[in-house]
Design a protein around this ligand. Structure first.
Ligand code: HXC
Length: 534
């Protein structure tokens, strides 16, 4: 037996070395951690249980029969983050550049199947040269098997992707289907076609970093939700992000202990400038309302005219969506609408209540917007809010104009509680434009048209640039002092904690990008079956 145990130990030691010491050193020289080091920093100490450590590829072409590495370029298993079960895979660049073979794909699929069956998230750490070139179509099939599972798992269990090296070609579509992507600055990139192909086809000269680095995807394309200075920051972000989520769609997000105290925030009374055209930072409002420094902004540098992120209020996990007057006056446009719609859908899938701060002058005009489908994209946000069955509360801090008033979680599309600050202006449009349209004749006939215009503008302002008309109609439940906001929200979210809403039965709506009713039921069935078995 002793010699057999020794042989097992030696195999395990070999597996731990991946592609060997030299390649590990090369990985470190690039400023990157190895696949195992990443898992070590991600999971609670001693909690990792590896699955498939001794798997090797089955390929024989191009001399591969003689070149095998235990684990075949991906470390897979399960462990805990702050005591909560997660499944992980971490691609090992030291083995064939982390490229995906048939068996490498099978290992990832196994983890995903177990995660679905047991109702826990999958965290994937990607560092790969793409399809294992020597394996051809078998490798492509492996990718498709992963995409298939990503799609089934969407809306059922959280899926988080960290890009910590190359991720190119069709390989990008697995992270793209997952809920959140994190990228590490300067050492990771994602693109469908690399710089060489780009040069051949479009004659553009571009580096990998410019084409698909973290900064590009966090500012220009919005593909990545977080851009991280280094791998440790990336791993810490994964842990923080997961702390706001439940383990699956049937579960509730973890709730932290919270003791009620003085919830009045007088600072909030001084944030809105006297001049309605002057910007202010909506993050100041958010940070004054939520618990401590719990606000974790998602998509921070993309479509900055809307702010989205997770936070806690009274210990409860919430998703925050807020117009940002500091950027483009907080208008809704193509990017901000799709950014917020996807975030709302995520929160709804995973039972995370929504808090909306509204200060929106309307939708951004122009050909750039119309030709890029602001009609379709604006509708996505409206659709996402309407469809969300989690508790939903809106606070109008200032402007709520036009269609954007309806879209931003208005009472009419199903918000549970709608508050407004006394500074709210709820109207079809701003007073200047409104006066110009409805008093056009009167103004043109006046002795002094400019004075008349001002007079009519003031008249319109007095009538509509306030929250009271909307409150008269019951569209606003209460006009509150800003300083009371936190206290009102804590009580309202508590009041709504058992909210139950049934939507009409359907397979799925057309904008819906989460899992279909059928697959959700299928998962719930197998999930409960599993609980029964235990
Ligand atoms: C097999 C690969 C590989 C691959 C890298 N290697 N990519 N082996 N299949 N796809 C191996 C290399 O041979 C090398 O082996 C080791 O990994 C490290 O690679 P280097 O080139 O030395 O590293 P580096 O200079 O850092 O460059 C990394 C790289 C480059 C940019 C990823 O290797 C590269 O361009 N690889 C090919 C990428 C690619 O075209 N993949 C297919 C994309 S199409 P040794 O033995 O020297 O350590 C695709 C389709 C998916 O993925 C479709 C899904 C639907």
């Amino acid at each position: 037996m002793q010699d057999k145990i020794a042989s097992l130990k030696s195999k395990k030691e070999e597996a731990l070395l991946g592609g060997g010491k030299k390649r590990i050193d090369d990985q470190h020289k690039k400023g990157k951690l190895t696949a195992r080091e990443r898992i070590h920093f991600l999971l609670d100490e001693g909690s990792f249980e590896e699955i498939g450590m001794l798997v090797t590829h089955r390929a024989t072409d191009f001399g591969l029969a003689k070149e095998k590495y235990l684990g075949d370029g991906v470390v897979t298993g399960y462990g805990k983050i702050n005591g909560r079960l997660v499944y992980v895979f971490s691609q090992d660049f030291t083995v064939f550049g982390g490229s995906l073979s048939e068996t490498h794909a099978e290992k990832i699929c196994r983890i995903m199947d177990m995660a679905m069956q047991n109702g826990a998230p999958v965290i994937g750490m990607n560092d790969s040269g793409g399809a294992r070139i020597q394996e051809g179509v078998v490798s492509l099939g492996g990718y498709a098997d992963i995409f298939y599972r990503n799609t089934l798992a969407s809306g059922v269990i959280p899926q988080i992707s960290a890009i910590m090296g190359p991720c190119a070609g069709g390989a990008v579509y697995s992270p793209a289907i997952t809920d959140f992507i994190m990228m590490v600055e300067n050492t990771s990139y994602m693109f469908v076609t690399g710089p060489n192909v780009v040069k051949t086809v479009t004659h553009e000269e571009v580096t990998s970093e410019e084409l698909g680095g973290a900064s590009t995807h966090s500012t220009k394309s919005g593909v990545t939700h977080f851009s991280c200075a280094n791998e440790i920051e990336c791993i810490n972000n994964i842990k923080k992000l997961f702390s706001y989520m439940p383990s699956n769609c049937e579960d509730l997000p973890p709730r932290l202990k919270y003791e009620e105290g003085n919830e009045t925030r007088t600072e909030l009374n001084n944030i809105i400038p006297a001049n309605p055209n002057q910007p202010y930072d909506i993050r100041e409002v958010i940070n004054n309302v939520v618990d401590g420094d719990t606000f974790l902004e998602v998509h921070k540098n993309f479509a900055e005219n809307i702010v989205v992120g997770f936070a806690r209020i009274g210990g409860r996990s919430i998703g925050v969506v807020a117009n940002q007057p500091m950027f483009l006056a907080g208008v809704l446009d193509n990017h901000s609408s799709t950014k917020a719609a996807r975030f709302v859908r995520f929160c709804d899938c995973f039972n995370i209540p929504l808090l909306v701060f509204e200060d929106v002058p309307g939708f951004l005009p122009g050909t750039g917007q119309e030709w890029n489908a602001i009609i379709t994209n604006g509708a996505k946000l409206l659709y996402a809010f309407r469809e969300a069955t989690v508790p939903r509360i809106t606070v109008i801090t200032r402007k709520a104009y036009g269609g954007a008033y309806d879209v931003m979680n208005s009472k009419h599309i199903g918000a549970d509680m709608n508050y407004a600050w006394p500074s709210a202006e709820i109207a079809v449009m701003g007073a200047k434009g409104a006066a110009e349209i409805i008093f056009k004749k009167e103004i043109s006939k006046a002795e002094n048209p400019a004075d008349k215009w001002k007079e009519k503008e003031q008249e319109y302002n007095e009538l509509f640039a306030n929250p009271y008309k909307a409150a008269e109609h019951g569209f606003i439940d209460e006009v509150i002092e800003p300083s009371e906001t936190r206290s009102k929200l804590i009580k309202a979210f508590k009041m709504l904690e058992n909210k139950a809403v049934k939507l009409p039965k359907k397979k799925h709506g057309i904008y819906r990008c989460r899992n279909s009713y059928f697959f959700k039921k299928l998962f719930c069935f197998s999930f409960h079956l599993n609980i029964l078995r235990k």
